[in-house]
Design a binder for this molecule. Structure first.
Ligand SMILES: [Zn+2]
Length: 205
């Protein structure tokens, strides 16, 4: 792509984060199609989060940094965390480098039955539960390399059921939350397709 030539030709320019555009892409064409409040989260080398409300992304300078939330951890846990800024913030506890630091090997080398995954589900559920209480999403799209682990999304849903108890902030949060917390449908193309959706919107504006 000849970006300089495109910019020189004029027209509107929108710059946004990969996770915001992924939220828009999933809302337009993916797993959150038709949802009015979409929370998109990706868990990999970090934790990134984006919100898409009524098909729109938040405007203005700055962006959310959901991965750096401070969350309560289950039980007695003195792991110092892996975030270079905060130590044991959410991504310092639950992104890939945190698992490597805590368990001494890359998470893809940890077998399904390893206790790391129960803790991982708990840590993800606490963060997602807090974000759900803050934003009331009718769809949460949970992706990223860590979440390709077999059974992890189901385990996160089970932990979320316990986290919410009888107080669920959106009527879409029914039963075991299978229709509320979902995998991305666009795979690694969520962000690029979100950028295309944004370009369409700008062209029509
Ligand atoms: Zn942090």
């Amino acid at each position: 792509v000849d970006l300089a030539a495109g910019l020189a030709a004029g027209g509107p320019v929108w710059v946004d984060t990969d996770v915001h555009l992924a939220a828009l892409g999933e809302q337009r064409w993916g797993a959150a199609r038709g949802a009015t409040r979409v929370l998109y989260l990706t868990v990999g080398t970090g934790i990134g989060g984006g919100l898409c409300i009524d098909g729109q992304l938040p405007t203005g300078a700055g962006h959310p940094e959901m991965g750096h939330l401070r969350i309560a951890r289950p039980g007695a846990d003195d792991f110092e965390g892996a975030c270079p800024f905060h130590g044991a913030c959410w991504e310092g506890l639950a992104a890939s480098p945190a698992l490597t630091a805590r368990w001494g090997k890359s998470p893809h080398l940890l077998p399904d039955e390893h206790p790391a995954w129960r803790l991982q589900a708990q840590l993800l559920a606490v963060g997602i539960g807090n974000l759900a209480y803050a934003h009331g999403p009718d769809k949460v799209v949970l992706g990223g390399g860590i979440c390709t682990r077999r059974g992890l999304r189901d385990a996160v849903r089970r932990e979320l059921v316990a986290f919410f108890g009888d107080y669920r902030p959106h009527p879409a949060m029914v039963g075991d939350l299978e229709g509320w917390l979902v995998a991305p449908a666009l795979g690694p193309r969520s962000g690029a397709l979100g950028a295309l959706a944004m370009a369409q919107d700008l062209a029509q504006a």
